[in-house]
Design a protein around this ligand. Sequence first.
Ligand SMILES: [Zn+2]
Length: 210
Amino acid sequence: MDTERYGRDLFMDPETDLDRLVLQFGRQAIKQNGTGPWSAEITFDLLLNAFRIRDLESILLYSSDLSHYVADLHQPLHTTENFDGQLTGQLDIHARFESKLLNRYLSRVSFNQVDPTDLGPVLPALFDLVLGSHQEVDSVLRADERIVSELALDRKAYRGRGEGRDFPEVYFERMFEEVGGLLEERLNQAAHRVASLWWMAWKQAGEPVF
Ligand SMILES: [Zn+2]
């Protein structure tokens, strides 16, 4: 989602529901800029209703949809129009950060035990999430910039058809030193928010027993 196109202020206002968004920006623009938190909220309501009517198949479907929307929004680069570093000459940063780095170092990420908590009204909680992710966009981009210049990497040498050639291992080692903590924090927050929203939907539906 292109948070910049909406402006940070919009996410400070809990009244910004989808209708207001459409009114303010038009359907075409919001289709282009993305609707992550609003889609997540709609999915939360669908899950809540599925719990109410104890429709097990829908519960599974919507809880997985919801986890996708919510976990995705924890990736800082999913909250910026510069999602692949294309505006700052840092192409492919998206995959370097969310898959290549993670796949190499997953075993060194520690996951906390998740205790679901009540996040309060859903849309504002999702807006908080967006703002928290968005404020880390620069941390990721700056780390990449710093390390590429420190190692004197020629970005062009790694471009190619498809995803191009991987940056050398030392780049990922340095990246993990720089943003490994951030990666861990975002993943743990994602697990906590997803679990909390599942649990909240179940609670609000009257804690149905199956
Ligand atoms: Zn992604």
